[in-house]
Ligand binder design. Structure first.
Ligand code: SD4
Length: 322
């Protein structure tokens, strides 16, 4: 049996894998599969870190980042800081297919989405409001300096937010791995066509406007039908500085096995940030695949999902972090 087609995605997001696999089985393209797979997680709010109702920013709003890449044509569509639209990866695909652009951000991305017929709806839920108010209680402090007027851009009101001032000063980053599980997916068609996509609500309590690695081509994901595809998850503020998905695909182009390509991309980041939180998946055009992650006390194994003709449905896999 051939090892193609192949679906591989980050974390144990099984229904996403099955959605992509079923799309391929019913004649969908690799782009259809990768989009449907990520969209499944947007609907299910996978782990609270994909889709609506998760990771509120420091003003309490959930915003979304997503991208999709066609490894045949090297076209990319991406959105970041998308407000009020749930299907971020769908909007990313619309950017790719209906515009000459690659990346649209913020309010303008929401307006674009509405013009393309996507529904405008509230992304907050009772759960995300609760996460936000709990965090506010912990991180707002009375602003005693009368000369400093309260910052109207935060919902701390007459209080001053201290959390992000700390975060900026922490050279290692303060990413909490427990609630950050972006979906990144690579699909390889039976003739070796590669597509990749990501979707996330980013980092909890981020400064509004913060964009992570996920929607950035080469950082969050990359696809090239002459080599393979890769996707990343983890502390995007650190990872995006290294374009690990581009690096991994380029290593596979030069003959590296997918597992080695993933490890090398993680190692490159480790040289500068030994404690960063992050993981990657990699796949080549013959159906080989692998994954790697950076070991931390609370993160010693990374789960990912695979479907191919051998498994014929989603199969959970684990890799030991190094
Ligand atoms: C981000 N990379 O916005 C995303 C979050 C993530 O696993 O992947 N968490 O930084």
């Amino acid at each position: 049996k051939s090892a193609l087609p192949l679906v591989i995605n980050t974390w144990n997001f099984e229904n996403a894998t099955n959605a992509a696999w079923n799309t391929l089985q019913t004649g969908g393209s690799v782009l259809d599969a990768v989009e449907k797979g990520c969209a499944q997680c947007e609907v299910e709010q996978c782990d609270g870190s994909v889709g609506f109702g998760g990771s509120p920013d420091e003003s309490g709003e959930t915003t979304l980042d997503a991208m999709i890449m066609n490894g045949e044509t090297m076209e990319v569509g991406a959105v970041a800081n998308l407000h009020r639209v749930k299907n971020a990866v769908g909007v990313a695909r619309a950017v790719m297919e209906y515009t000459e652009h690659t990346f649209i951000v913020g309010e303008s991305a929401s307006i674009f989405a509405q013009n393309m017929g996507f529904k405008s709806e509230e992304l907050s839920t009772d759960k995300s409001k609760a996460i936000f108010s709990q965090w506010m209680q912990q991180n707002c402090q009375p602003n005693y300096r009368k000369s400093v007027s309260p910052d109207p851009s935060t919902s701390c009101g007459p209080y001053k937010l201290k959390a992000n001032l700390w975060r900026k000063k922490n050279p290692k980053g303060s990413f909490d791995p427990s609630s950050h599980d972006t979906i990144g997916m690579v699909v390889i068609g039976k003739n070796g066509q590669v597509a990749a996509a990501t979707s996330t609500n980013g980092a909890s309590h981020k400064i509004p406007g913060r964009v992570g690695d996920s929607p950035v081509a080469g950082a969050g994901a990359y696809a090239d039908s002459t080599a393979g595809g890769a996707a990343a998850t983890g502390d995007g503020d650190i990872m995006m500085r290294f374009l690990p998905s581009f690096l991994a695909v380029d290593l596979m182009r030069n003959g590296a096995l997918p597992s080695v390509a993933c490890e090398t991309a993680i190692s490159r980041i480790k040289q500068h940030y030994p404690d960063f939180f992050g993981a990657m998946i990699c796949a080549n055009t013959t159906g080989g695949y692998g994954a790697a992650c950076n070991k931390r006390p609370e993160f010693s194994q990374f789960s990912f999902m695979v479907a191919n003709p051998q498994t014929n449905q989603s199969m959970l896999q684990k890799v030991d972090c190094f």
